[in-house]
Design a protein around this ligand. Structure first.
Ligand SMILES: [Zn+2]
Length: 257
């Protein structure tokens, strides 16, 4: 499997192992051509060998789980934690599965019932419909008033950042994933009075070996995240599926066989 992150190896972030935020960062499939081609030339360090027993349909899910592994590492998620994942889209669901693999308790919210049903199948301890339930109240009840000590914002709106800061308990950790450029209304008081750790997470820094290992050991089974499969010649229909039915589309697989 191919690591999409291309880093220079000698800037400050690279020198401290943060290759995902390299000063000259390039991402395959974003800044340079990705995998939609017959041949791709890659340096050895960008290629990771998988078990021959893993089907391609499983192997292709390694990369999304490197994003979740990065988030887990930024949020320092352990089995002692109660993690609140805001949003059960493709990223939110990979975080849920990763947090459960680590052994954490996991609360997740979304607006779409299809996704919330999936979160239950994937082991969520509490699934909240933020449209019909009061997120604050449910979390308070479910955590006996303590609040979730790790919050991952995979809704990524200006409002969700504000909610995360308000919800976090003292000594809580918040991981942000959004790329919103509009400012949020952030109260310094929330961060300092509760001494919160607020961290960003982007792509991944060297997480392929760990995630490949988890896949090889079958600690993660990503099959239920693949909601649709198309032959690669039907790529237009596949893209339309993502665009027109985002609520009921998690991962779309292109079959090249
Ligand atoms: Zn660099």
């Amino acid at each position: 499997v191919m690591d999409p992150v291309i880093s220079c190896g000698h800037c400050y972030p690279c020198s401290v192992g943060r290759t995902n935020v390299c000063a000259q960062l390039k991402v395959r499939g974003v800044h340079v051509d990705g995998g939609y081609q017959e041949y791709a030339l890659l340096p050895r360090k960008s290629v990771h060998k998988i078990s021959a027993l893993l089907p391609w349909s499983t192997a292709v899910m390694v990369e999304p789980f490197t994003i979740a592994a990065q988030i887990a590492s930024r949020g320092e998620i352990t089995a002692r934690d109660t993690v609140f994942v805001m949003g059960a889209g493709p990223i939110g669901l990979t975080i849920l599965m990763t947090a459960k693999m680590i052994g954490a308790r996991c609360i997740i919210s979304d607006l779409v019932d299809f996704r919330l049903n999936l979160t239950k199948k994937l082991g969520a301890d509490v699934s909240i419909n933020a449209r019909t339930e009061d997120v604050h109240d449910v979390i308070k009840r479910e955590t006996k008033g303590l609040g979730p000590n790790v919050i991952v914002d995979s809704v990524c709106s200006t409002k969700s950042v504000e909610q995360a800061l308000a919800l976090a308990p003292s000594a809580g950790r918040i991981v942000l994933l959004g790329f919103a450029s509009e400012p949020s209304q952030v109260r310094q008081l929330d961060i300092t009075a509760k001494e919160l750790d607020v961290k960003g997470s982007r792509l991944h820094a060297g997480k392929f070996p760990h995630v490949v290992d988890c896949f090889n050991k079958k600690l993660i089974d990503p099959a239920s995240l693949v909601t649709h499969t198309f032959h690669f010649t039907e790529i237009e229909a596949a893209i339309k599926q993502v665009e027109n039915n985002p609520g009921e589309t998690i991962k779309v697989l292109l079959d090249f066989s």
